[in-house]
Design a protein around this ligand. Structure first.
Ligand code: NAD
Ligand code: GLY
Length: 356
């Protein structure tokens, strides 16, 4: 089993990674004495395919637990689900000594974390991410929250889990489209922080796409280490944590302009290629590196160009209203080499027009 510490002082926590870890969660929670009673929160689909495995693990460790589900998908990530979950907990007399377990993808982790942050002003929670995106990104770092009609993730809290259990075997049932969503984030880590990861993704592409779990665990561990280091340096996203938005400023605008018909990973992939083109035109990033990035993204079957039918004016509009824009000027994370990026709002409208 692989283990990484997220060093946040009294809120420090471990990330454990292993094949088949789900069956060991009960014993490990007992060892850590996190709580006596647990509620497992999961979307209906994940609950069906792996809920019993977790509940059996808890039961055989003598842990009392209940399963609470909600309908799967981003459409459930709203305050109504938070209210329903809080009511379920109150009806079951859950209190501050009890603990929530988020079993599922980023939607489940974000909702459950937000309920944990707010129910009775805060109860412990643990993350068991089951999508690649959640395993390498959303389960680590304590961003929790839900969407409101005015925008995604506009209501939330920074609230760290007590532990993150990553069972690589969960990926075996993951649809290809969801795997690619995660792989776009994995490529992002290579570009923003780690040229060796970038090379590994190139060399071991086939094993990764064939779901070789030992290679995937190596990749997940590297990504979680990077995320842990970034979050330790800047937990509340005042500065350095914003490098994690590489490819996301334009990616979010493309995703929104497509009315979310384009998958998040596809939009981020296009966003990464587009900002690398900005960096090339500003003579900050070498042509060769941009071609390597574009080549790796394409090799994973992710798109590299904005779909021709997508309205460019809508993309421009969403860029201006990006929630991380400063004074209407979007902030871009630009690469200078594979493994290094910096942030700037100094990208002219003409240059943006050229690349989109
Ligand atoms: P998701 O949770 O909706 O999962 C995607 C789909 O995969 C769902 O239908 C789910 O039922 C299914 N699924 C999950 N695990 C499975 C498995 N092992 N086998 C088969 N099917 C499985 O979506 P996601 O892509 O994991 O997460 C996206 C969400 O994460 C967004 O809401 C986004 O805002 C959020 N996010 C949060 C952070 C953060 O730091 N908190 C970071 C990135 C993304
Ligand atoms: N996914 C971006 C962050 O955690 O900051």
């Amino acid at each position: 089993m692989r283990e990484i510490q997220v060093g946040l002082g009294e809120r420090a926590y471990p990330i454990l990674i292993g094949d088949g870890l789900l069956s060991a969660v009960g014993d490990d929670l007992n060892r850590r004495a996190v709580a006596k009673r647990y509620a497992v929160v999961s979307d209906n689909y994940v609950a069906e395919i792996m809920g019993d495995l977790l509940l059996d693990s808890l039961q055989s460790a003598g842990i009392s637990s209940e399963l609470i589900t909600f309908p799967r998908g981003e459409g459930s990530k709203h305050l109504g689900t938070v209210a329903d979950l809080a009511s379920s907990l109150a009806q079951r007399n859950f209190d501050r000594k009890d603990c929530l377990i988020a079993l599922g993808g980023g939607v489940t982790g974000d909702i459950t974390g937000f309920v944990a942050a707010t129910y009775m002003r805060g109860i412990p929670f643990v993350q068991i991410p089951t999508t690649l995106l959640a395993q390498v990104d959303s389960s680590v770092g304590g961003k929790t929250g839900v969407d409101i009609p005015e925008g995604k993730n506009l209501v939330g809290a920074f609230y760290q889990p007590r532990c993150v259990y990553i069972d690589s075997a969960a990926l075996l049932t993951l649809p290809r489209k969801e795997l690619l969503n995660g792989l776009a984030e994995v490529i992002k880590y290579g570009v923003i922080y780690d040229p060796d990861l970038f090379n590994l993704l190139s060399e071991k592409r086939q094993q990764i796409l064939d779901l070789d779990l030992s290679v995937l665990e190596e990749v997940i561990e590297i990504c979680c280490r990077i995320k842990a280091r970034v979050v330790e340096a800047d937990e509340k996203e005042d500065d350095m944590r914003r490098i994690l938005n590489f490819g996301h400023t334009i990616g979010h605008a493309i995703e929104a302009a497509s009315n979310y018909s384009l998958a998040h990973g596809s939009a981020v992939a296009i966003g990464m290629v587009t900002v690398s083109e900005i960096a090339v035109r500003k003579s900050l990033f070498a042509d060769d590196d941009a071609a390597r990035l574009q080549g790796l993204i394409a090799a994973y079957g992710l798109p590299t160009t904005i779909p021709t039918g997508l309205d460019r004016n809508r993309i421009r509009k969403y860029l201006k209203t990006d929630k991380k824009a400063v004074g209407g000027r979007p902030v871009f994370v630009l690469p200078t080499t594979i493994g290094k990026v910096f942030m700037t709002d100094d990208v002219s409208e003409e240059l943006l027009d050229q690349v989109i």
